[in-house]
Every structure is written in structure tokens, then in C-alpha cells.
Design a protein around this ligand. Structure first.
Ligand code: PAF
Length: 308
């Protein structure tokens, strides 16, 4: 099976690296030249919870065209770049290519479907945490389940096959009949953790150490739950506020992806996390004042990177 990973930051490298270690033919696609050169010349260095090693059986390219046709395209670009990235990869998406999105944020499934058609898309969420340490280097910071599902809820041959590929890559996989509910479940965690860590500079676990941040985490998640219910999303599992708190505790030493983005003065995913809740809330007439404040504060941070 030929696998291409579109967007090879921390998470793309983790999935691509582990799949290459399992023997799959993996090509990472990214625009960061130093990162690509480093992977091609010295291999992909992975450290962290599964030990330190260098994966040499992996290739990195700077444009999708160089990757060639693939059987599975895993999309890991920032949610703000999804439409543009998938459009640029059209040439490597054949009739039998499946596209798996494991990205954070709302709207990725819709954006990918608009380019390639819904039937090609499989969606999912990942419980893994990874940090980009520098060109060609990541730290695998935490692990959890990778849950994937067909958009129509079917647990079919294709889903089982992709699940088996991920399992061979060492991922703990579950197949879901309610993948949109899961994406919202993950979104609620990101709603509670990401902007708050980006604004305060705190690691995930510290958010539950202070009543002030706990209160904001709770309110942001509760507003988003009201929006999810307004949209008819079926949420699964434990109480979403409790779940966001638990994830903060379980990933206590992680710097969230949004905190990593603001620390590196990069565009964040605020538009498709808290921003998406504000937009959907407006449409449904559901107030989302805490999400609006978090959205505004992170947006101002992004706009003033050069001033601080
Ligand atoms: O975006 C992230 O960083 C992660 O989704 C999470 C779960 C908040 C852990 O850091």
C-alpha cells in the first residue's frame, strides 16, 4: 500500500513515521524545505514515549505531484489550509484512493469532500500528542486511541482495511459509526484547552490547577455543547466538561498545538475551533460569549506577533 501524508508537521510525521517503520511505502508532503531536506538526508528522528530512533525508510517531498499516486492519503495540514492542500494533491488522488482526515477543528470533512467527493473521505480523531522539535525531529508526547469512521456510519471493508493498516503501524484503532459525533467530541476538548493555553502560556495540566482557568474551560465547553446539540450532533462518552478536564490532566505536560503555534508565531486553528463555535452559535441564535473572548484574544495575538 502506498501512503502519502499531506502536512508533515508533528502529527503527520508521527503517523507517517510509524507506518514507514511497519514497512509501508510512505511519502511525507510538506512545504518546509529544511524539514524535507533533513528527513531525506538524515531520516526522521522520533523520540518520546516509544523510545528514540531514526526512521530512514521514509521519503519527503515539497509538492504532492512528486509523491505520485497513492492508495491512502492522510491529511494532517492545519485546518485553515485544508481546501488548498487537498486541491494541490488532486493529481495523486486516483479512483481507488481513500482520504483520511485526522485533523483538529471543524469543517475539514466538508472542505475535503467539496474537492474530491464525500465517498472518498474517511474521518477520525487521534488521541496522540506530538511536538515538532526542529527540522526532521519530533517528540511523541502522548498516546491514545485513533478512532475512524465512514461518513455514512457504515463499518465496511474499506474502513476495516484502513483500520488494519493503522494497527500494523502500532496505533490502537477503533471503528466508529458516529464519526461526526467523535469529531465534535474532540473539538470540545480543543475548545476547552487550546485557546486557554495559547493565551496563558500554560501547559495543558496547569489549566485545572486554577479556578480561573477551570471556570473558563467549563464555560467555553458548555457553550460549544449547546451549539452541538442545536446542530443535532450526537455526543458520546462522558460529560464533555469532565472529559476536557481529564484530557488536560492526561496530557498535563503537553504544550497544546495552539500554544506551540503562538510560541512559534504561526497562524493558529482558532478560526476552526472557538471561531467555528461563535459562527455556528450566531447562526443558531445560541450565545457564545466566552468562546468569542477566547477567539478575539488569540486573533489579536496572531495579529501582533511582530510587535512583541
Ligand atoms: O491540539 C492539541 O494540542 C491536542 O488536541 C490536545 C488534546 C489539546 C492535547 O494537547
Amino acid at each position: 500500500m502506498k501512503i502519502a501524508v499531506l502536512g508533515s508537521g508533528a502529527m503527520g510525521c508521527l503517523y507517517g513515521g510509524k507506518l514507514a517503520e511497519a514497512g509501508y511505502d510512505v511519502t511525507l508532503i510538506d512545504v518546509w524545505k529544511d524539514h524535507i531536506d533533513s528527513i531525506n538526508n538524515r531520516g526522521l528522528h522520533i523520540e518520546g514515549i516509544e523510545g528514540e530512533r531514526t526512521v530512514r525508510s521514509i521519503r519527503a517531498v515539497s509538492s504532492a505531484g512528486e509523491a505520485g499516486p497513492c492508495d491512502l492519503l492522510i491529511v494532517f495540514v492545519k485546518a485553515t489550509l485544508t481546501a488548498q492542500a487537498v486541491e494541490s494533491a488532486r493529481g495523486i488522488i486516483g479512483e481507488r484512493t481513500s482520504i483520511l482526515t485526522l485533523q483538529n477543528g471543524l469543517g475539514n470533512v466538508e472542505k475535503i469532500s467539496a474537492v474530491v467527493g464525500e465517498e472518498k473521505v474517511i474521518a477520525g480523531v487521534t488521541g496522540h500528542g506530538s511536538t515538532l522539535l526542529g527540522p526532521g525531529k519530533i517528540r511523541h508526547a502522548g498516546q491514545g486511541v485513533t478512532v475512524i469512521g465512514e461518513l455514512n456510519g457504515a463499518v465496511d471493508e474499506r474502513l476495516r482495511c484502513i483500520g488494519a493498516v493503522l494497527e500494523k503501524g502500532g496505533f490502537d484503532v477503533k471503528l466508529s459509526q458516529n464519526v461526526m459525533g467523535l469529531i465534535w467530541g474532540k473539538l470540545l476538548v480543543n475548545i476547552g484547552i487550546n485557546a486557554l493555553t495559547a493565551i496563558t502560556g500554560l501547559k495543558n495540566g496547569r489549566l485545572v490547577d486554577f479556578s480561573e482557568t477551570e471556570e473558563l474551560l467549563r464555560s467555553a465547553v458548555e457553550e460549544a455543547v449547546a451549539v452541538a446539540k442545536g446542530k443535532g450532533v450526537i455526543l458520546e462518552g462522558e460529560d464533555p466538561v469532565e472529559h476536557a478536564r481529564n484530557v488536560a490532566r492526561l496530557t498535563a505536560t503537553n504544550r497544546s498545538s495552539m500554544l506551540q503555534d503562538v510560541s512559534n508565531k504561526r497562524k493558529t486553528e482558532i478560526d476552526v475551533i472557538n471561531g467555528a463555535i461563535v459562527q455556528e452559535g450566531k447562526r443558531l441564535g445560541i450565545p457564545t460569549p466566552v468562546n468569542k473572548v477566547l477567539y478575539n484574544l488569540v486573533s489579536v495575538k496572531e495579529k501582533t506577533y511582530e510587535e512583541v
